[in-house]
Design a protein around this ligand. Sequence first.
Ligand code: KG4
Ligand code: ZN
Length: 337
Amino acid sequence: MTLLAIETSCDDTCAAVLGAENQVLSSIVSSQVALHELYGGIVPELASRRHCENIRWVVEQALLEAQTPLADIEAVCVTKGPGLVGSLLVGVAYAKSLAYARNIDLVGVNHVEGHLLSPLLTNPDLTFPFIGLVVSGGHSSLYLARDWHDYELLGRTIDDAAGEAFDKVARMLELGFPGGPVIEKRARSGDPEAIKLPRAWLGKESLDFSFSGLKTAVRTALERQKKISGDIIGENFVSDLAASFQEAVTAVLVRKTLDAAERYQIKNVAMAGGVSCNGYLRQRMSDAAQLQGVDFFLAPPKFCTDNAAMIGLVGRRRLAAGLIDDLTLNPSSRLPL
Ligand code: KG4
Ligand code: ZN
């Protein structure tokens, strides 16, 4: 069965075509970074308008690259939440119209479920059960994925998401938007041990995360340095602070993920979401997993950040399980997983 998948939960307009064995025939992502970086963050109203302008050509491009005429599409899968409601609405309305016009099945998919299972797109060896860490701009959650549609939330952030912390710290350091890639780049020339920053363990048993105290500590370190140097922040200091911040986030993400694997006696660990593009985090998680004797799985960066292929992957399973939606499907900005 050939599927079309659509993802518009935040600021990227995405469409993908998946073939019978879940091979990704095309995956188009139209980024809105240039639009939002002027404001230092995502402006929901602008994101929604831009989705309206983009959705048609992004879908057409996905069909074209997949060399699949619309008549061959047998079902349409779409992100139904969580996310920005104005953004979600564009994808859901488009998918509903298409399902109605072509008389094909419509499947609503949870965005976080898409991220969680995205490593399956490229790792046939990844089997259930696995511990899955989803780290993105909106989420930092740890799951025990027992099977398709059977997930237990083991821990989540009690304040900022990891990606949100990267974005806010990058803004403080005047490095630009989105923060993750620019911090990673600057951190390469910095010393991760140079500036002492806190790690929020939140108690011995807790698998929850917290990044807001770390963000405040970065601000305090920056202000202290400004006082010492008379408002001039040297390039080396910025690199050291970026590296120390990245290390503090990484240490907590790695330790809690592998603690979860040990506690639940799970041999497979996977990581997904925009923050999992981070090379430093990928390497550290991979090294620690190897040391602990667990297998570690990652998606390539193009499937870590928002994309529609992961929505198609989950959508196909929902379809097979009979979890089909009708035209009353509505987006839900706080849809839980
Ligand atoms: O998954 P995603 O594309 O969208 C959401 O669902 O949120 O994740 C976007 C987030 C942003 O906060 C961005 O700063 C972060 O992922 N990110 C990174 C890197 N690339 C993207 N964070 C750390 N290091 C990176 N290389
Ligand atoms: Zn996402």
